[in-house]
Design a protein around this ligand. Structure first.
Ligand code: CAO
Length: 440
């Protein structure tokens, strides 16, 4: 065995390129043409292959170094040549090198060189991440070694988000993409035509100035939950209007008493009270499906979550044991929990154990909306802005101005039938329009 220096070969017109990956370690046994390092210019990335078979004795460069033709990569203990021609050391000639370079610019009009991985891609049986769109795959920003890694796993790189500079895809990105795909709910039974097609990867800067901001942790987490809940539970939304004219008069008359106890008596407190009454009347709304979908778990406790808008995103604190509380107790809990939510001081257990959720946008505006169920709960009540409406009174045979509150109840149709959905909102409306019943 003899030692030889490994140098950067002729890499064409580039004066200096960045080392973005070192693919071997000291002591590694390597074969001729195996990629040793990956370098990247502002337009392309390419692997520098081993000039001969051998063992890596030392490595003189690291990620982030700038190199050019002739820079020292390290030392190779060269293996004896047994097969004629196999370990013939040669730097790639200029015309060969061009084919190795993988363009990463998005230039669809320029035909890309025949990808050496095309044949291997054909051999890959089932790609992870929907169908393989070879054109998009080609334009993904990744080094040849990462491409090879992805190809071996059947991953379409156009679905993988790169975490390195200029969104370059690393091996770790491919690994976490695969992990994510494997934990996604299975869609085999949906049939190919129902599987979602991939989101187009649009370069918005082509149309104007843009700014990219990272999503907050809360937004990422709630987004994943909302998406799961939306695709898992077949949603139906039942609309109704509750006459809260008398309730509002009563609420205002009770405000002073509530203030003495340090609470602001809000409409939401009454809505929670009325919801618990309706949950007792229609227990299937106070249930969850067992994870295997074979049983309904009916709860004998009454905890109601409420969607709270915070500067960092949506959180859902839970008011507990409502059956033991009056409306002012509930109002106190609402005040404390909302304050904590906005100060990011909510504890985990203050967001757990909910049976039903209320999302109130009434203080902001809007006439109706369809809330997404907070699974594994089976229903959620959306509340919009109350407004004065002309309502026909059968007794007086005349229209009266009444304060009407729009309600939207989304429920999981696997658990709740349409008729029960309508009964539940009717019950709620009855409770909200008759304060005496509500406070009984
Ligand atoms: N119709 C008309 N006015 C209403 C109303 C309704 N349905 N609900 C509340 N209001 C009025 C109140 O009377 C109050 O007015 P005053 O200041 O004049 O008294 C004002 O709106 C503020 O109401 P509030 O202090 O009672 O607060 P709230 O109970 O409406 O809301 C909370 C509390 C935590 C629910 C709210 O702050 C919030 O975060 N809402 C957003 C929830 C959300 O984002 N849901 C969407 C989830 S899905 O993305």
């Amino acid at each position: 065995m003899s030692s030889e220096q490994i140098l950067i070969p002729d890499i064409g017109d580039f004066d200096s390129v960045d080392v973005i990956e070192v693919l071997v370690n000291i002591g590694d046994s390597i074969e001729y043409d195996m990629p040793l390092i990956t370098v990247e210019s502002d337009k392309a990335s390419m692997d520098i292959p081993a000039p001969k078979d051998g063992i890596i004795k030392d490595i003189k460069i690291k990620v982030g170094d700038k190199v050019k033709e002739g820079s020292l990569i390290g030392t190779l203990e060269v293996k004896e040549v047994k097969e004629e021609g196999k370990s013939e050391a040669k730097a790639p000639a200029k015309n060969e090198k061009k084919e190795d370079i993988e363009k990463v610019t998005h230039t669809p009009t320029r035909p890309a060189p025949e990808p050496p991985e095309k044949k291997a891609a054909k051999e890959t049986p089932i790609p992870i991440g929907e169908s393989v769109h070879t054109d998009e795959n080609k334009t993904a920003h990744a080094s040849p070694s990462v491409r090879k890694f992805a190809r071996n796993l059947g991953v379409n790189l156009s679905f993988v988000k790169g975490s390195a500079s200029k969104n370059r895809i690393l091996i770790e990105d491919v690994e976490s993409f695969v992990k994510g795909e494997l934990t996604k709910p299975r869609t085999e039974n949906m049939g190919a035509s129902f599987a979602p097609i991939p989101m187009p990867n649009i370069d918005f800067t082509e149309f104007g100035k843009v700014e990219t901001k990272p999503l907050s942790k809360i937004k990422k987490l709630s987004g994943a939950n909302l998406h799961r809940n939306w695709v898992t539970a077949p949603h139906v939304t039942q609309f109704d209007d509750a006459d809260i004219t008398d309730l509002e008069i009563f609420r205002k008359s009770m405000q002073k008493e509530a203030e003495k106890r340090g609470a602001k008596l809000t409409l939401l407190a009454f809505l929670i009270k009325a919801s618990v009454n309706a949950l007792k009347a229609y227990p299937m709304f106070n249930s969850s499906l067992s994870p295997d979908g074979d049983n309904l778990i009916l709860k004998s406790y009454y905890n109601v979550g409420f969607a709270c808008d915070t500067p960092d995103g949506l959180v859902v604190p839970v008011v507990k044991d409502i059956q033991k509380k009056d409306v002012i107790d509930i109002a106190e809990d609402l005040g404390n929990l909302s304050e904590k939510a906005r100060a990011r001081k909510l504890k985990m257990n203050e967001m757990q154990g909910g049976c039903f959720t209320i999302s109130s946008l009434g203080g902001i505006g809007g006439t109706k909306f369809t809330p997404i169920i907070n699974c594994p709960e089976v229903a959620i009540l959306g509340v919009s802005r109350a407004s004065m409406q002309p309502v026909y009174n059968k007794s007086s045979e005349d229209f009266e101005a009444r304060l009407m509150l729009p309600l939207s109840l989304s429920y999981d149709h696997r658990v709740v039938d349409g008729a029960d959905g309508a009964r539940f909102t009717s019950h709620l409306c009855m409770m909200l329009s008759d304060v005496r019943r509500l406070l009984l």
